[in-house]
Design a binder for this molecule. Structure first.
Ligand SMILES: O=C(O)CCC(=O)C(=O)O
Ligand SMILES: [Fe+2]
Length: 262
């Protein structure tokens, strides 16, 4: 598939990513660590459009819509977010990670205003007993974050346990809990917490079983704008597949064959 958005019939304004490298070595690092960061890869136009869309979603979230929340079904509430599901550069990246046969799983906004408490340590599940079926989260940290200000943390190697039930309220709790006695299954190194940092426009890839947490957003910080797109190899039911039947059957250009469970 083409790296060049112009060749793919896109206007340069619609380009999502700057040129980036994600080859064999990067893929190996993703598989070893469980996450991979592409700093500043979102184009300025994409950052602007994403900020606009995510601000709208945050506004919409103030009115309750139980069962069909704008933050959990974000692409169903915003045309631009919808268009990214099948953006050629998005699908190219998802396929570099998962291979050809993929499905869209969900699009959730993760906006964190100043004072947001973050989230404790956890993991997610998919095909827990069969590692040949992958599930990747593609986080767009539109305006980035600092490690101590709405920052994503992860434990390199934790995804290899394919444990969907990792929990820890604090770093300390995780160190005294799930991490005890566990080593990286490939390198044999003790498992350790890594606090990431992200300049504006950063994309982070994460295998769904990775242990991860988010530090609190400082009270006086601006809102951290973030959205995650998830894709997987079909073959198993997916607990986080938040798509209404109407949306599954909506004709979205380029999304043919991506929206079904199997
Ligand atoms: O807000 C974040 O950066 C990550 C939130 C999270 O845990 C997730 O989306 O799975
Ligand atoms: Fe999570």
């Amino acid at each position: 598939m083409s790296q060049n958005p112009l060749k793919a019939g896109l206007d340069s304004r619609d380009s999502l990513f700057h040129a980036y490298t994600f080859g064999e070595q990067e893929r190996e690092k993703l598989d070893r660590d469980g996450h991979f960061v592409l700093p500043g890869v979102l184009t300025p136009d994409a950052q602007e459009s994403l900020t606009r869309s995510l601000s709208r979603i945050l506004e919409l979230s103030r009115t309750s819509t139980e069962g069909h929340e704008p933050n959990r079904f974000s692409a169903e509430y915003d045309n631009y977010l919808e268009s990214l599901i099948a953006h050629p550069q998005m699908l190219e990246l998802a396929r570099k990670v998962l291979g050809e046969n993929i499905r869209y799983d969900h699009c959730v906004s993760l906006n964190r205003p100043g004072g947001n408490g973050g989230i404790g340590w956890h993991s997610h599940g998919y095909s827990d007993d069969d590692p040949s079926l992958g599930f990747v989260r593609i986080f767009f940290y539109v305006n980035g974050f600092e490690p101590d200000d709405g920052g994503l943390k992860a434990v390199p190697g934790s995804h290899l346990y394919r444990d969907a039930r990792i929990h820890g309220r604090t770093d300390q709790a995780l160190r005294e809990g799930w991490l005890v006695g566990r080593k990286h299954p490939e390198t044999g190194e003790p498992l350790e917490i890594e606090a990431l940092s992200a300049p504006p426009g950063t994309v982070a890839l994460m295998w769904t079983h990775a242990a991860h947490a988010v530090s609190a957003r400082k009270p006086n910080s601006d809102t951290r704008w973030c959205v995650v797109y998830a894709y997987r190899n079909p073959g198993r039911p997916s607990g986080a597949r938040w798509i209404t039947p109407e949306f599954e059957h909506k004709p979205i250009p380029g999304a043919e064959g991506l929206m079904s469970l199997y």
